[in-house]
Design a protein around this ligand. Structure first.
Ligand code: NAG
Ligand code: NAG
Ligand code: NAG
Ligand code: NAG
Ligand code: NAG
Ligand code: NAG
Ligand code: NAG
Ligand code: NAG
Ligand code: NAG
Length: 886
């Protein structure tokens, strides 16, 4: 699944719920169950026949989703209770007209039905049906039967998330009494994520929509999330009945400009268009629909300013606009206008100026997200106490965090990271007993008064004060027994790690990287630790841990300390280990071939230690099955390149990842994003996220000898290969031409001989090549990206000739040598070639962020602004983002 969609789905969970639950289902529950008549034989038989045409499959939908959306208990099927001989009006999910006895309502939502939906289904015999709910079943991509038009009395139809596919039949427009229609088609694959990429299996064509809009004069609720409307002109929606109250069209592939007069419909209460990346809407500057309660345009494009008139929306409860807004937030809004607002999300815009005072007075506000804007100035005192989530991260806010933060007794999530806040009085947090997550990283923040204060934050699970100016440990955390993640990197903390941290047996993530901590690491690890990052400190001594078979470690990073001795052999017990980085220490050991059986290991960094000896595997068969990044540089390894390992690095072969939407490696529950120092194209980067598409081998600065083996051509997913500063002999293997994903290749400072093989011309992603200081001879291959490399790629090879070297190849080689020959790449010009070839990982890294921010990739501009990635932490659980009212 793509990065954009994943992020979108995570952020938009609350809106998606609106797609799934319409007012319809409540109207159904409201209908009377009491009966005076028994239901007819025919209708009972039709229902029983319908039941038997499906099997019950408890895995068709995630039961917890049904529980959240419909309040229906997991693994429970209403049709199980349907039995011959019992009045069908009393069956679960069935209700009848209390005068005629006809079945009028059928609610089989979340019924675990599985099977194709037959067009001759006996369901169509229930001619008096007024409402039908088949949401959350699995009809195995059946077509919606045109026979649906036989339900001439139908007022409510909900077949959302029931795996229908194909064109929506035009007959759906022949239901003249229809009041609410939900065809949403959001495929779910676990409780937190919607598989938006495989939505769009239902297609709504222009003709059908036109008929629908014309004929359904009673329609009030139209919910079509995830339905493919790529061919539809958004203007058609203008002809909907003026009694419309709900129009929800998330993730529908609509494009163009949506007419904003919809926002002036007199009865409109709920309106959402988000997730339509190519759709724009201009916010009206006046005459908004005054009953509007719920407006959701995130993320999409409604660029321009936020109009003052938004303040006219007196009924507004829910406002989410992450849509390229710029300029300031209107200051003049009277807070008494917005008094019903409980959800305000203006995150990921370009809003500037200060935070207007009315925001601090909204009496019912529970969720406030203004993160990722350019807001500046100080923040006011909070005059409400209703806030549960406050996210002002990634702005330019400054000053002290106001002491009225202590009013926010309901606050459970606080994120003020990446601003310029300067201090926080610890005692102001005394009353915030509900806090679960505190994220204050990347401020120049000092904690004022006593960091040893006897503060108890009993519900705290996540605490991130990275890149703040702490100097001491926040010892008040010792009372937070539920603490799971403690992130204090780059916080100028010195001294030893206090003992209480090692005693927190719930602790899952401990990141103390880049501080001045030192001494010996205690040999006791919290039992359930998944991530231990002590990178960039002064710890010395041997790595003391004894890992038992219950080891849950996924990421161990001790990079850049002064640890010595051997790698603990008990690491082999950590079967979940994905990342092991002990680079830049003084470890004196042989190659840890005993790690080759770890099934999850993806990243192994032993750089700059005193590892020595031979590297290759001692056995045949699979080894390091998932390894993607191997860095053994600057050690004392000897012997031939490890052919047997190379043959078996399956994760570096034939992986077809989608580079355009890279994903990051995170802890298995997604709550911590891994970082890693890598050398990409000769420059050292600390990657805030390790891309799952990054694959590289660095064996430089050792004493490897012998020839480059042909088998290396099997590793065709490699992005980077560095074999420089060894004692490699023989020619450059032609098989390197098979590494078509390679972006950087360094073979410099070896003893390589012969010509540069023309096969290297296939490396069309290559943007950095270093072959200097060898004994290469002859003509440099010409064309494609080879036209972009400079002299420094080849220097120290006295017998090379041709572009870019000044030495011409006259008399050398077989082919004409003038580089003015018109080959393909020259037509595009040097610059375009340079950008066109080799825009891989580094570009990709930036894309994730910028795709989201602007809706369109803008990676050219951002490559040079020095930011490598933005980490996003997903700490909110699905349960917490479900809107409670709407
Ligand atoms: C139940 O549904 C799942 C998911 O669609 C499918 O893999 C499985 O085969 C089904 N089981 C039966 C018994 O039909
Ligand atoms: C029958 O139902 C209607 C609404 O559906 C209700 O107003 C009426 O009171 C009911 N009559 C009886 C006898 O339950
Ligand atoms: C529906 O049609 C299929 C064949 O197309 C037939 O096997 C089945 O018996 C029919 N079902 C009913 C209820 O008529
Ligand atoms: C947006 O438009 C681009 C270019 O036409 C297309 O590749 C992309 O799939 C569209 N996105 C959506 C969600 O329709
Ligand atoms: C805010 O942004 C607008 C354009 O987006 C600009 O004209 C204005 O000067 C900016 N204001 C401040 C205070 O930066
Ligand atoms: C600190 O708080 C703990 C737990 O609430 C309590 O047991 C202890 O007595 C307090 N210590 C002081 C010095 O107030
Ligand atoms: C590694 O340890 C061995 C024996 O303990 C020693 O002989 C050798 O010099 C050490 N290697 C380095 C590079 O310090
Ligand atoms: C490289 O590719 C060529 C042509 O596809 C193939 O014949 C050869 O076996 C490959 N070499 C390696 C080492 O994979
Ligand atoms: C490099 O390799 C050659 C032959 O393969 C060998 O004679 C020489 O000693 C090696 N040099 C070093 C520094 O290991």
């Amino acid at each position: 699944m793509g990065f954009f969609t994943m992020l979108w789905a995570t952020l938009c969970l609350p809106f998606l719920f609106l797609c799934l639950k319409t007012a319809f289902s409540s109207s159904l529950h409201a209908s009377s169950f009491s009966t005076t008549h028994l239901c007819s034989q025919e209708e009972a038989a039709a229902l029983l026949q319908f039941k038997t045409s499906f099997s019950i499959n408890s895995t068709v939908y995630n039961p917890s989703l049904c529980e959240i959306v419909y309040d229906i208990k997991a693994n429970y099927s209403k049709t199980e209770s349907w039995k011959e001989g019992i009045d069908c009006c009393s069956w679960d999910g069935v209700s009848c007209d209390n005068v005629t006895g006809h079945v009028i309502n059928l609610d089989l939502s979340c019924n675990l039905l599985s099977g194709t939906f037959p067009s001759n289904s006996t369901l169509f015999l229930l001619k008096n049906l007024q409402s039908l709910n088949l949401a959350f079943n699995d009809f195995r991509l059946s077509k919606i039967p045109p026979e649906i038009s036989q339900f001439t009395r139908l007022k409510h139809l909900d077949i959302s998330s029931s795996q229908f596919s194909g064109q929506v039949p035009v007959e759906i427009a022949h239901l003249p009494k229809l009041v609410s229609l939900n065809l949403s088609n959001l495929f779910t694959f676990d409780s937190n994520f919607f598989d938006l990429d495989s939505s769009h299996k239902l297609i709504l064509e222009t003709t059908t929509l036109r008929n629908l809009v014309q004929n359904l004069s009673e329609v009030r609720e139209l919910v079509l999330c995830g339905v493919n409307m790529g061919s539809v002109n958004p203007c058609f929606f203008m002809n909907l009945s003026s009694s419309l109250t709900t129009l929800y069209l998330l993730n529908t592939v609509l494009r163009g400009n949506f007419p904003n007069s919809i926002l002036r419909f007199p009865n409109l209460k709920t309106f959402g268009l988000s997730g339509n990346e190519n759709l724009t809407i201009d916010l009206p500057s006046s005459n908004w629909s005054s009953p509007l309660q719920h407006l959701n345009l995130s993320p999409m494009d409604c660029g321009g300013r936020l109009p003052e008139s938004i303040g006219d929306l007196k009924s507004l409860q829910y406002l989410s606009l992450s849509c390229n807004l710029e300029g300031s937030i209107p200051a003049s809004i009277d807070a008494s206008r917005f008094w019903k607002l409980w959800y305000l999300d203006l995150s990921y815009n370009l809003l500037n100026g200060t935070m207007p005072p009315w925001i601090f007075t909204l009496p019912l506000l529970e969720i406030l997200r203004l993160n990722h804007n350019q807001l500046e100035g100080q923040i006011n005192q909070f005059q409400q106490n209703s806030l549960e989530e406050l996210n002002l991260s990634n702005n330019r806010l400054q000053g002290s965090i106001p002491n009225s933060i202590s009013n926010l007794v309901n606050l459970s999530y606080l994120d003020l990271s990446s601003n310029h806040f300067c201090d926080l009085l610890v005692s102001d947090m005394f009353s915030l007993q509900n806090l679960e997550s505190i994220i204050l990283s990347n401020n120049n923040l000092s904690l004022r008064d006593n960091v040893d204060a006897n503060l108890t934050l009993p519900k705290l699970t996540y605490f991130d004060l990275s890149s703040c100016n702490l100097s001491e440990f926040p010892n008040f955390l010792r009372h937070s027994d539920g603490l799971q993640s403690l992130l204090l990197s780059k916080s100028s903390i010195h001294g030893n790690i206090p003992k209480w941290i090692w005693e927190k047996d719930d602790l899952r993530v401990l990141d103390l990287s880049h501080n001045n901590l030192g001494g010996k690491i205690p040999n006791y690890l919290p039992k359930s630790l998944s991530v231990l990052n002590l990178q960039g400190n002064n710890f010395d001594g041997t790595i003391p841990f004894w890992f038992t078979e219950s080891c849950e470690l996924e990421n161990l990073n001790l990079h850049g300390n002064q640890m010595d001795g051997l790698l603990p052999r008990s690491l082999v017990n950590c079967s979940m280990l994905e990342v092991l980085d002990v680079g830049n220490n003084n470890i004196n050991d042989t190659f840890p071939h005993w790690l080759e059986s770890l099934p999850q290991l993806q990243v192994l960094v032993l750089r700059s230690n005193k590892f020595h000896g031979f590297v290759d595997s001692t056995k045949e068969g699979p080894s390091f099955p998932n390894l993607r990044i191997l860095d053994l540089s600057s050690n004392y390894f000897v012997g031939a390149l490890p052919i047997r390992y190379i043959e078996n690095f399956n994760a570096m072969m034939d992986t077809h990842s989608d580079d355009s939407f890279p994903e990051y490696m995170t802890m298995s529950n997604g709550s911590y994003q891994y970082s890693l120092v890598v050398i990409i194209k000769g420059l050292e980067y600390e990657l805030q996220g390790i891309l799952t598409i990054l694959t590289s081998i660095d064996l430089s600065e050792n004493k490897f000898g012998g020839e480059i083996p042909d088998v290396i051509g099997k590793l065709n997913s490699l992005k980077g290969l560095n074999l420089s500063h060894n004692n490699l002999t023989g020619p450059i293997s032609q098989s390197l031409g098979n590494l078509t994903n390679l972006e950087w290749l360094d073979l410099s400072s070896n003893e390589l001989v012969g010509e540069i093989p023309d096969e290297l011309l296939s490396l069309t992603q290559l943007s950095k090549l270093n072959l200097s200081n060898n004994h290469l001879v002859g003509r440099i291959p010409k064309g494609k990206q080879f036209n972009t490399f400079g002299n420094d790629s080849y220097e120290g090879n006295l017998r090379l000739c041709g572009f870019p070297l000044s030495k011409s190849c006259d008399g050398i080689g077989k082919l004409p040598s003038s580089f003015q020959e018109k080959d393909e790449s020259w037509r595009f010009g040097w610059r375009v070639v340079a950008l066109g070839y080799g825009c891989g990982v580094v570009f990709g890294l930036l894309m994730g962020y910028h795709v989201f921010r602007t809706g369109k990739p803008k990676w050219f501009v951002s490559l040079f602004d020095g930011r490598l990635s933005q980490s996003r932490r997903k700490t909110r659980k699905a349960r917490r983002v479900v809107p409670r009212r709407s």
